[in-house]
Design a binder for this molecule. Structure first.
Ligand SMILES: C[S@@+](CC[C@H](N)C(=O)[O-])C[C@H]1O[C@@H](n2cnc3c(N)ncnc32)[C@H](O)[C@@H]1O
Length: 257
């Protein structure tokens, strides 16, 4: 005899873009409209959720908002219990057959908290359906806003949190034409030292809260030294002097072959 397993609700990871409501995709807007349970990440109970703010005009009394707390910490051991609690809270609904839309700033699979919660839900309920709706990443919006092409032709593009360490960033700048630096806030002064030393200060642009009312673009990045910055800020750095090795083209099919 097989035990009856009731059908699970679907977990949706919904990318909402960087903050400008006009950058919410039609698919994301539809997911928010049709999903009753909206999971919103907050850094502390009762704190404002940036993702929630992006869709503020689309949340109705018919929605149930599930606040999930993820403290602003980087240690996975501190965060793991929060990912697990969040997954449990989501499972309460999925197990009743209710869909849950986890609201994400930017894109869900680009350095997003959703990744950890999704993995935990998939571990606990391998058969629960999951749908991930891509969103416009903050760095895509920042590149367009500042007219900074990210990569063309045989350029290389690297995206990483600056908190990996300034030495890592410096190495990436030797190997990539464009380096996108997320989470610049805690290491800005050290980054500025490195940019000055490598002659790249003039090739960097800083963007605060792209797509929001508080958006700011700073091209004179040296002026950021000692300034209090926002977590939602990033830097794009181009290295025009990157030494390019010959590109291997052997895997391209030959014409007429
Ligand atoms: C945890 S990552 C999330 C990235 C997000 N999933 C995305 O696709 O854009 C957080 C970092 O993304 C960057 N970020 C997110 N939203 C931003 C915005 N509106 N303006 C500037 N940077 C932003 C900041 O560097 C921030 O520290």
């Amino acid at each position: 005899m097989h035990e009856f397993t009731p059908p699970s609700g679907t977990l949706l990871g919904v990318g909402l873009g960087p903050g400008d409501p006009a950058l919410i995709t039609l698919k994301a807007a539809d997911a928010v409209a049709r999903t009753r349970v909206l999971a919103v990440p907050v850094k502390a109970r009762g704190a404002e959720s940036f993702a929630r703010r992006i869709v503020a005009g689309r949340i109705t009394p018919a929605h149930t908002v599930l606040e999930l707390v993820f403290p602003m910490r980087s240690d996975p051991e501190v965060l793991r219990p929060h990912w697990q609690r969040a997954a449990q809270a989501i499972l309460t609904h999925l197990d009743r057959g209710e869909d849950v839309a986890f609201l994400c700033e930017g894109d869900p699979f680009t350095f997003g908290t959703f990744i950890y919660v999704f993995r935990e839900v998939a571990r606990l309920r391998p058969h629960a359906p999951v749908e991930v709706i891509p969103g416009v990443s903050a760095y895509h919006a920042a590149a367009c806003r500042t007219l900074t092409p990210l990569a063309a032709g045989d350029d290389r593009l690297c995206v990483l949190p600056a908190t990996y360490g300034v030495e890592v960033v410096e190495t990436m700048l030797e190997r990539f034409d464009t380096v996108v630096l997320l989470k610049v806030k805690p290491v800005m002064d050290a980054l500025l030292d490195m940019l000055a030393r490598t002659g790249l200060t003039g090739h960097a642009v800083f963007v605060n809260k792209v797509g929001t009312d508080e958006e700011a673009v700073v091209t004179d990045v040296a002026s950021l030294r000692g300034r209090k910055l926002d977590y939602l800020s990033l830097m794009l750095v181009r290295n025009p002097a990157r030494v390019k090795e010959p590109v291997l083209r052997g895997c391209r099919p030959k014409v007429g072959a």
